[in-house]
Design a binder for this molecule. Structure first.
Ligand code: FEO
Ligand code: CA
Ligand code: CA
Length: 760
């Protein structure tokens, strides 16, 4: 859903939820942090002369700010100057790409995935979503096949698999006359539930045209009802025992899958994001948990399920069948363990989930050791033989944290082609350490381990952690306990293959304030902006970080297990010039406090979300999910040629305070982009967000997802096509419906007319 800003907290969309009341440090209380950058995390490689500093175990080897970046990988030459003509902002109901490029829909909501499944009628009558593309295409990865389609070929560029997330629903369009009120008819819930999850679909290129393969044996759906395993440190934990899995080792399915990841061994990772909202909890459930499960109330509140919380779609109202009942997490059973109800069901969601896209029979595993929160993407640092692997992750809610997982096992290059990819995942993703980031005011940062052995965690007053499984299940509470930095909604992260630097989108935060009230956030060096914006001629809204920013980090010594990092801000989102109606700032102030990256009309954007590096061209793709600049433009995708941490300047933002001295916040602004290092590449149709990006290994096709075009629709308007805000992709000839079609989330294949690499 497009993200609103300038709304009171209680009016925010589901994925803007703020449950972080930890009081963790903001700007003024991180000034003391000046940890040595010459440090690696204990437990990593060849540590020597360990010292204890500020509660962290460090060792005195490794690199620092002045250490060389890792060597650039071999392969095709990076593109260092963007040659295409930037796409202008627009509100057209089409996908706009530069002259010389084409963006063609190839796989949309409802497309059949077996030979026997009927074509999608797109009139609300369709069923059987277990065998169709789900809704709200999101994160996506490409997995190459050989020409015969019989085996994995990491370089296969004409035949492959797309594994993609189906995050959520435009539910009204799934039904003939829109969604019914509660209690929800089972027939509607039975369509909506399997329209979530993941699909794997084969795609092939014939001549210059891509198409999906309806009868491919690889095609597969994983839905919220597919049996999955809990793996890692929380497997079998007391907090994961349910009526469905009394041993706490299994769970059903995955939901609200947003960002993705591609492992160095060729499997697919999917992140569970706003899963909590699908569950309801009774109005008197706190009392019901007294005695047997009292401490869970703090955890449920922290993860957004206070007692009385309503579920997003009301599936629990569809009947007594267990597949509906499980969406009510109230304690109803008499057991002490929770094996006779679904009081622990919420603890089986919120993970990075691993699948083998090439093997329909392989187990789907929730990798609990990577922590439980509102996951977006999972991006690996460059694998180095003999070193641990690092996986970077963000928690997308207001004021949440940035995380890193470091494997216990050191990387073995032979595992890149291991036959059993899920067993390889067991090796690297089940045993390791989880860290959370603290951003210091001096441009450094610290990775703080989340471990039950830390007295700040084992002795945390707000929640009594029982064991390490409890720590990863309740990672947010553990991160609160150790004083992590509350960020402006971490969305995707991506790792620059050229130098190993890690980029995170911080999409926006309407609660970032100069003078924060309870539940709001003050300014700090890494989250330094608060300003007002208007929508065209409308009055300016209340201040916040309206347009978001993209932060980047460089590990000390370029090491996956570094204890510290350096950071700066790659780009600050902004419109190029303030709206005339926005009289809260002068043009000079706008340039000094808002458009810090000096974006031009060819580059300006708001609410960065999807983020992905091409392994071929090494270009950075930035996708937006915006509700602030949509008066001027639909959501978009930009391409950047990034520099590196420290290529810009330390900058002081000076905020006037009525009747007092200015409040000054120092931050680190990356080098301003030039006209050939950042350009708008694509603008999507009405009401969509751009999300999910992947490529063929030869760099000549980029796949991107158009999520929820025309999502603003009421049930009353569903019978009236004239009221649809979008008719894409039917309007461009894809599928049924033509110019009056119901809009559908869809994947587009982007190619260059001359067959060249995208961005060249
Ligand atoms: Fe599903 Fe945070 O985007
Ligand atoms: Ca505006
Ligand atoms: Ca997203």
């Amino acid at each position: 859903m497009n993200k609103p800003v300038d709304l009171p907290l209680d009016a925010l969309a589901h994925d803007d939820e703020d449950h972080n009341t930890s009081g963790n440090p903001s700007f003024m209380d991180v000034l003391d942090a000046r940890l040595s950058r010459r440090s690696v995390l204990r437990g990593g490689v060849g540590s020597a002369a360990s010292v204890v500093l500020g509660g962290l175990s460090l060792s005195a080897c490794g690199g620092g700010d002045d250490d060389p970046a890792p060597a650039a990988p071999s392969g095709p030459a990076p593109i260092t100057s963007l040659a295409f003509a930037a796409v202008a902002k627009n509100t057209l109901d089409v996908v706009t790409v530069p002259t010389g490029y084409a963006a063609t829909p190839i796989y949309a909501l409802g497309d059949p995935l077996t030979a026997a499944t009927p074509a999608f009628a797109n009139d609300g009558s369709d069923t059987d979503y277990d065998n169709r593309a789900g809704d709200h295409h999101d994160g996506m990865e490409y997995f190459g096949l050989n020409a015969a389609g019989t085996a994995r070929d990491p370089q296969g560029s004409t035949r492959g698999l797309l594994a993609m997330n189906h995050e959520a629903l435009t539910d009204n369009f799934l039904h003939v006359t829109g969604s019914s009120a509660r209690p929800r008819p089972a027939s509607e819930s039975d369509k909506e539930i399997p329209a979530h999850g993941v699909s794997v679909v084969e795609v092939r290129k014939t001549g210059t045209q891509w198409a999906y393969v309806q009868n491919s044996a690889y095609n597969r759906r994983v839905t919220p009802l597919t049996p999955v395993e809990l793996a890692g440190v929380a497997r079998g934990n007391a907090l994961t025992r349910t009526l469905y899995s009394p041993a706490g080792t299994g769970a059903r399915g995955t939901i609200n899958n947003c960002g993705t990841g591609y492992t160095p061994w060729g499997s697919f990772l999917t992140g569970e994001e706003n899963w909590a909202g699908y569950f309801t909890r009774g109005a008197a459930d706190n009392a019901a948990r007294t005695g047997v499960d009292a401490k869970s109330v703090a955890a449920l509140n922290r993860y957004g399920r206070a007692q009385g919380a309503a579920s997003r779609h009301g599936w629990e109202t569809s009947g007594a069948d267990d597949k509906y009942r499980r969406w009510d997490i109230s304690r109803s059973g008499a057991s002490a363990e929770g094996t006779d109800d679904y009081r622990h069901e919420l603890n089986t969601y919120g993970y990075i989930v691993e699948m083998d896209p090439y093997d329909r029979a392989a187990a789907v595993k929730k990798r609990t050791s990577l922590g439980r929160f509102a996951h977006e993407s999972a991006a690996f640092g460059p694998p180095t033989v003999g070193r641990p692997l690092a996986v970077y992750m963000g928690d997308d809610s207001v004021g949440e944290y940035i995380y890193k997982y470091v494997s216990t096992a050191n990387w073995d290059a032979a595992d890149a082609t291991a036959a059993n990819r899920i067993a390889t995942g067991d090796k690297y993703l089940d045993a390791g350490r989880l860290y959370v980031a603290r951003f210091n005011a001096d441009g450094t940062g610290t990775w703080i381990e989340l471990t039950i052995t830390d007295p700040l965690i084992s002795g945390y007053a707000s929640y009594a952690f029982a064991d390490q499984g409890d720590v990863v299940i309740n990672a947010r509470l553990a991160a609160d306990a150790v004083g992590a930095t509350r960020m402006d909604r971490p969305e995707w992260c991506a790792v620059n293959p050229v130098n190993g630097e890690i980029y995170y989108t911080l999409t926006n935060n309407s609660s970032r304030k100069l003078a924060p009230a309870a539940g709001q956030f003050g300014l700090d060096a890494a989250n330094p902006r608060s300003y007002s914006d208007s929508r065209g001629a409308a009055a300016p809204g209340s201040p916040g970080n309206v347009n978001g920013h993209i932060i980047r980090m460089r590990e000390a010594g370029g090491l996956s297990n570094a204890a510290t990092f350096a950071w700066d801000v790659y780009l600050f989102g902004a419109q190029a010039a303030r709206d005339a109606a926005n009289t809260t700032l002068t043009d000079t102030e706008y340039a000094a406090r808002v458009n810090l990256s000096n974006l031009t009309a060819d580059q300006d954007f708001s609410s960065p979300d999807g983020l992905w590096f091409s392994q071929n061209t090494r270009l950075l793709y930035v996708q937006t999910d915006d509700g602030s600049y949509t008066d001027a433009t639909n959501c978009m995708m930009l391409i950047g040629v990034p520099g590196s941490v420290g290529d810009g300047v330390r900058t002081t933002l000076s905020y006037p305070v009525a009747g007092g001295a200015n409040v000054n916040v120092d931050t680190f602004v990356g080098a301003r982009p030039s006209a050939t290092t950042l350009k708008r590449f694509l603008v999507g149709p009405v009401d969509c967000e751009l999300t999910g990006c992947t490529e063929t290994p030869d760099g000549t096709t980029v796949f991107a997802n158009i999520q929820h075009p025309g999502e603003t629709i009421s049930a009353a308007n569903v019978p009236i096509p004239a009221n649809y805000r979008s008719h894409w992709p039917g309007s461009v000839g894809y599928g049924a419906g033509g110019a009056t079609a119901r809009p559908r989330s869809a994947t587009v294949a982007i190619t260059k007319n001359d067959g060249g690499r995208i961005g060249s």
